[in-house]
Write a protein that binds this ligand. Structure first.
Ligand SMILES: CC(C)(COP(=O)(O)OP(=O)(O)OC[C@H]1O[C@@H](n2cnc3c(N)ncnc32)[C@H](O)[C@@H]1OP(=O)(O)O)[C@@H](O)C(=O)NCCC(=O)NCCS
Length: 165
C-alpha cells in the first residue's frame, strides 16, 4: 500500500526524535501504550483528544501496530482497551480511527470491534495519493465490552510506556 521507496527512506533517527517529542511533551491528553514480550517492545498504540470533534467523535485512536509474529493473539484488542480507558479518563465520549482503505486486516479488526464505517476518501501522505477509511465508535461501553474478551485470552502483557494527564 505504501511504496517501498517511501518506507526505505524512513529514518530511525527521525522516528526516535519524533517519539521523544511525543513522550516528553508537557501535560496533554494523549496516551501511548506498548505491548511487551519480556523486555522487547513488540507493538504500540496511541490516542489523543481532538481539538474539534470529527464525525461527532471527540477522541482518536491515532495509531496501532504489532509486529507480525504477535498479531492475532488478542494483543491488538488489549491495546485498544488501554487507549480507550486512557482517553475516557480524559473525557472521551467517542473514538475515531483512520486506516488505509486497502488494509483489509486492520479493517476486519476494527469491524470485529464493532466500529462503524463513517467515510472513505482520498488523501495525500507526503505526496502519495491514497484512500483512507474512517471508522468510529459512538458507544464506548460497547467497545470496552468488545475488547474485554481479549484481556482474558492474551498471553502478552502490555505496559504503559508513559501516560500524561
Ligand atoms: C491490526 C492489528 C493492530 C490487530 O491486532 P491483533 O492483535 O492482530 O488483533 P486481535 O488478535 O486482537 O484480533 C481481534 C479480532 O480482529 C479480527 N482480525 C484481526 N486481524 C485480522 C486480520 N488480519 N484479518 C481478519 N480479521 C482480523 C479477528 O476477528 C480477530 O479475532 P480472532 O483472531 O479471534 O479471529 C495488528 O494486526 C497489526 O498491527 N497489523 C499491522 C499494522 C496495522 O495494520 N495497523 C493498523 C493501521 S490503521
Amino acid at each position: 500500500m505504501i511504496p517501498d521507496a517511501y518506507l526505505a527512506a524512513m529514518s530511525v533517527d527521525d522516528s526516535e526524535a519524533m517519539w521523544r517529542r511525543v513522550l516528553t511533551a508537557g501535560p496533554n491528553t494523549a496516551s501511548v501504550f506498548v505491548a511487551a514480550n519480556g523486555v522487547d517492545v513488540v507493538g504500540f498504540a496511541c490516542g489523543n483528544m481532538l481539538d474539534e470533534p470529527k464525525h461527532g467523535l471527540d477522541a482518536e485512536l491515532t495509531a496501532i501496530y504489532l509486529q507480525r509474529p504477535f498479531q492475532r493473539s488478542g494483543t491488538g484488542r488489549r491495546l485498544v482497551a488501554a487507549v480507550l480507558d486512557a482517553q475516557r479518563a480524559h473525557g472521551a465520549t467517542g473514538l475515531l480511527t483512520w486506516v488505509i482503505a486497502g488494509n483489509k486486516g486492520a479493517r476486519a479488526f476494527y469491524e470485529h470491534l464493532g466500529a462503524e464505517l463513517l467515510i472513505e476518501q482520498p488523501f495525500q501522505w507526503d505526496g502519495i495519493d491514497l484512500v483512507e477509511a474512517g471508522y468510529g465508535w459512538r458507544d464506548l461501553d460497547a467497545l470496552a465490552l468488545a475488547t474485554s474478551a481479549a484481556c482474558r485470552a492474551s498471553m502478552i502483557s502490555n505496559r504503559q510506556f508513559r501516560r500524561q494527564q
